[in-house]
Unconditional design. Structure first.
Length: 265
C-alpha cells in the first residue's frame, strides 16, 4: 500500500475510491478483503484518512502519511552521500530502560534511517552531520533528556575501516545490490516498454520500486571514501532510474484509466 501511494498517488490531490485501490492491487495477488484490512490498519496508524460518499469509501493520505512518503521519495531518488568526508563523526548516546523495548526498537529504526550505525552499548555514529534531524527526532519522540550528541574525531583505537565494518554490514548490503542487478538486468534485456501493455508497465514499475525501496532502509549512504570501490549500489541506482524512467509514462496512463473509470461509474 505504501508503494502504491508513494509511487502513483502521492501527487494526486483527490481521495481514491476503495474499488480503484482494489483494482490496482489485484495484479499482485491481494484480495479485496486483504486490501480493506490494510486500509483500516493504515487509518488506525494515522497514515490514511477515510471518508464515505453514500455506499462508497474513499481514502487519502494524512499530513503525517504524506510527510513520510515525501521523505522516503527524497531518500530513494536523491540520497545524500557526499564524495568527501572531513573525518568527523556525529556521535550519539542515549539511555532508555531495557523494559521499554518498543521505544528502543522505534529509535533504532529511525537512527538507521538517518544513516547511523551502532558501535555498541547505546552509542551510535554517523559520518553525516544530521544533528538537525536528530534534534527533530528527539523532540518528536520526547527523548531530549535521554539524548546526548557530539561531533567527534577518532584519536585512538580501531581504524576507520574497522569502525565501518563493525557498524555496517557492507558485504551483505553489496550482495543484495548484486541480486537486484542480476534480476533487473535480465528484465531490461527483454523489455520493450513501447510494446508492453500499460498494465504490464504498471506492474513492472510497481515491482521495481517495491524491491528497490528497501535499500534506503538498509543503506547508510556512506561517503564514497568509506565505501569499497567499485560499489554496486551506484550501478543499482543507475539501473533503477533507467528502468523507472522508461516505465513512467505508460504506467501512469494505466493508473489514470483506472481512476477515470471509477469516476465515470
Amino acid at each position: 500500500m505504501f508503494t502504491l501511494f508513494g509511487e502513483y498517488l502521492l501527487k494526486r490531490d483527490d481521495s481514491v475510491w476503495v474499488g480503484s485501490l482494489i483494482t490496482l492491487l489485484e495484479p499482485f495477488g491481494l484480495s479485496e478483503g486483504t486490501v480493506r484490512t490494510a486500509l483500516s490498519r493504515m487509518v488506525k496508524k494515522g497514515w490514511l484518512e477515510g471518508r464515505r460518499d453514500g455506499r462508497h469509501a474513499f481514502y487519502s493520505l494524512t499530513e503525517r502519511g504524506r510527510r513520510l512518503l515525501e521523505e522516503g521519495t527524497e531518500r530513494i531518488f536523491r540520497p545524500e552521500r557526499g564524495d568527501t568526508w572531513d573525518g568527523r563523526w556525529l556521535l550519539l548516546a542515549y539511555s532508555i530502560p531495557q523494559g521499554d523495548r518498543r521505544l528502543r526498537d522505534r529509535l533504532r529504526d529511525r537512527l538507521a534511517w538517518l544513516g547511523f550505525g551502532s558501535i555498541g552499548n547505546g552509542v551510535w555514529i554517523s559520518p553525516h552531520d544530521v544533528s538537525e534531524e536528530v534534534d527533530r527526532l528527539a523532540e518528536e519522540m520526547g527523548l531530549h533528556e535521554r539524548f546526548v550528541a557530539f561531533r567527534a574525531e577518532r584519536v585512538a583505537g580501531e581504524g576507520v575501516e574497522e569502525i565501518v565494518g563493525r557498524c555496517w554490514d557492507l558485504d551483505a548490503l553489496a550482495s543484495r545490490y548484486r541480486s537486484f542487478l542480476g534480476r533487473w538486468h535480465a528484465v531490461r534485456a527483454r523489455l520493450d516498454a513501447k510494446a508492453e501493455s500499460k498494465e504490464r508497465c504498471f506492474t513492472l514499475r510497481f515491482d521495481l520500486i517495491h524491491e528497490y525501496r528497501r535499500f534506503p532502509l538498509e543503506d547508510p549512504y556512506l561517503p564514497r571514501t568509506l565505501l569499497p570501490n567499485p560499489w554496486p549500489g551506484d550501478e543499482a541506482a543507475a539501473l533503477f532510474l533507467e528502468l523507472r524512467d522508461g516505465l513512467v509514462g505508460p504506467a501512469d496512463a494505466y493508473v489514470d484509466t483506472v481512476l477515470a473509470e471509477a469516476r465515470a461509474a
